[in-house]
Design a protein around this ligand. Structure first.
Ligand code: MEV
Length: 405
């Protein structure tokens, strides 16, 4: 990402699509290759699609948009988002503009350590078996490393393991292996490690080898993000009070927490889809994480301060800037170039910030005039496009969204 990126591009939403690309060239360092790909309308070659999945018959389309106004850890960012729901991108951009006035989002992510699980059943004396595994920890980790030589060359590899007895009577136990996967999402790497160490451990403890697979709750790969926003920026002290009350509602009520979290995931998932991430794993991990204490909680909370509000969020986030569709999909490559983020840890902070912005926008709308007014204006644009599609022609020209991003 170029230091000269300016994500606050005024009037962007008023421009036609090509004008938006010109603005990104000027303000966000959009390079010629990605610009050309966007200018052609994006998409995915059918031949590439045919290799990404099975039984392929066509390519499915979604809008590719950009959320503006983001500043994360002191850097301006234009965040690609792909989502079918109107108003998600406008809302995130709107909230990012409010937060920007107070310095933007700040966050940090744990080292990219993914966890693989190896299950054993029918182990005799599982507590002794656990001690044996711990005594041979280094040998097991080295066996895991031997299965991923290319990752070792990049400084990645097995870092630690834990053993848990799940059912003493039936001899069920699990070995959790923690593996630094660098800038990859890491599923393939840790699955390889799990399959490599299973027979090594089996030779030590006997029993029956069970599953060997990552967990989508990567507890050692968490991201934290926070931001301040002034009462003035959100529309005044009464609105700031309303947002804090809305946050409290989500803390007190599970049904509200689920919807609150859906609003958070609106921005995070939209960016994840545009950037070719495994959004099912993100969703699975995020919701499990906030239920770990036995009660489903909001991923993010907003507290009143003397001058406005502070928002915070924490969740596990397994993302990759290399491998998977980040290599195979031309649009994902272009989206990454536009975003300008090369490390998985930084990507995690950015996506968490997108989530926090979406959540702020939703709570602000709900605490004020309600969600429907702004929502319905943008839904009306979508309905217009739908009607045009039914009538057999595309909508050309670009109706202005009345909700200013
Ligand atoms: C709609 O996609 C998301 C919201 O329901 C989130 C929320 O209620 O906080 C508006």
């Amino acid at each position: 990402m170029s230091e000269s990126v300016n994500s606050r591009i005024q009037g962007f939403y008023k421009l036609p699509v090509r004008g938006r690309l010109d603005a990104l060239r000027t303000h966000a360092g959009l390079d010629a290759e990605s610009g050309a790909w966007f200018a052609e309308g994006g998409g995915l070659d059918l031949s590439v699609a045919d290799k990404m999945s099975e039984n392929v018959i066509a390519v499915h389309g979604l809008p590719l948009a950009v959320a503006l106004n983001f500043r994360v850890n002191g850097r301006d960012l234009v965040i690609p988002m792909s989502v079918e729901e109107p108003s998600v991108v406008a809302a995130a951009s709107n909230a990012a503009r409010m937060v920007r006035d107070s310095g933007g989002f700040v966050g940090d992510a744990d080292a990219p350590v993914m966890t693989a699980q190896v299950q054993f059943d029918d182990v005799e004396e599982p507590d002794h078996a656990a001690s044996r595994i711990l005594a041979e920890k280094d040998r097991i980790l080295r066996a895991g490393d031997a299965s991923i030589p290319r990752m070792i060359e990049r400084g990645c590899g097995c870092r630690d393991l834990e053993v848990r007895v799940l059912d003493r009577h039936a001899g069920v136990m699990v070995v959790d292996l923690h593996v630094d996967v660098g800038d990859a999402m890491g599923a393939n790497t840790v699955d390889t490690v799990a399959e490599a160490v299973a027979p090594v451990i089996h030779a030590m403890i006997g029993g029956t080898i069970g599953l060997r697979i990552l967990t989508n709750l990567p507890m050692r790969r968490r991201v934290r993000v926070r931001c301040d926003v002034s009462a003035e920026a959100v529309g005044g002290a009464a609105m700031a009070d309303g947002i804090a009350r809305a946050s409290r509602f989500a803390e007190l009520d599970v049904q509200r927490a689920v919807t609150h979290n859906k609003g958070f995931m609106n921005g995070l998932d939209a960016a994840a889809v545009a950037l070719g991430q495994d959004w099912r794993s993100i969703e699975a991990g995020a919701h499990a994480y906030v239920a770990l204490e036995g009660r489903y909680r909001p991923i993010s909370t907003w507290a009143r301060t003397a001058t406005g509000l502070t928002g915070r969020a924490e969740l596990p986030l397994a993302l990759g800037t290399v491998g998977g569709s980040t290599t195979a999909h031309a649009g994902v490559r272009a989206a990454f170039k536009l975003l300008g983020v090369t490390h998985a840890q930084e990507l995690a902070v950015v996506l968490a910030a997108a989530g926090l912005a979406s959540n702020l926008a939703a709570l602000r709308a709900l605490s004020g005039e309600g969600i429907q007014k702004g929502h319905m204006k943008l839904h009306a644009r979508k309905a217009e496009a739908e009607q045009a599609a039914v009538n057999g022609h595309a909508v050309h020209g670009h109706t202005l969204p009345e909700v200013r991003p």
